[in-house]
Ligand binder design. Structure first.
Ligand SMILES: [Zn+2]
Ligand SMILES: [Zn+2]
Length: 161
């Protein structure tokens, strides 16, 4: 995860400190749906928020990578989910790991969810990391970078524009 964070930090157009947990944490099994064999992403985010209230209340944004599959009610799966009001997002590896592209896809999805946590919505530019991806082809089509408009929005949202 250190490599993913290091790579992702290159593409965030605003300054910030990246902290990587030195230990692998156990995913909250109470958010695991055994009949679907998937994590319910909104519950995972809430559980992480509860576990890291201290950080969240200081305005630290948390993006956790979960080794497994995630979903939300009404969808078969999600690559990731951000809950901006909690400052917590998760990215799920299960659908991203084919073709030896897990790491580059994780970099994109971590940046995408972080963008949501920092106030961005989806972008119509298919090359922009904030474009919405429903398929792996769409994840692969976009780059890890924020388009110029999203970069400006990001700077503004953080009061630096
Ligand atoms: Zn999104
Ligand atoms: Zn954009």
């Amino acid at each position: 995860m250190l490599r993913v964070a290091r790579e992702a930090s290159k593409y965030l157009p605003v300054d910030g400190e990246w902290l990587v947990s030195p230990e692998k944490l156990e995913p909250p099994m109470k958010a695991f749906n055994w009949s679907r064999m998937q994590f319910r992403a909104d519950e995972v985010n809430y559980s992480i928020y509860n576990g890291f209230r201290g950080l969240a209340s200081e305005g630290v944004k948390i993006v956790a990578v979960v080794w497994g599959d995630g979903y939300v009610e009404g969808m078969n799966f999600v690559f990731g989910l951000a809950t901006p009001e909690l400052g917590v997002a998760t990215v799920y590896t299960r659908r991203l790991e084919s073709e030896g592209k897990l790491e580059e896809r994780l970099v994109k999805e971590v940046l995408h969810e972080l963008g949501h946590l920092l106030g961005l919505g989806h972008c119509n530019n298919k090359k922009c990391v904030m474009s919405f991806s429903l398929t792996l082809a769409e994840v692969d089509e976009k780059g890890p970078g924020f388009c110029s408009e999203c970069s400006i929005r990001l700077a503004r949202a953080l009061g630096r524009g």
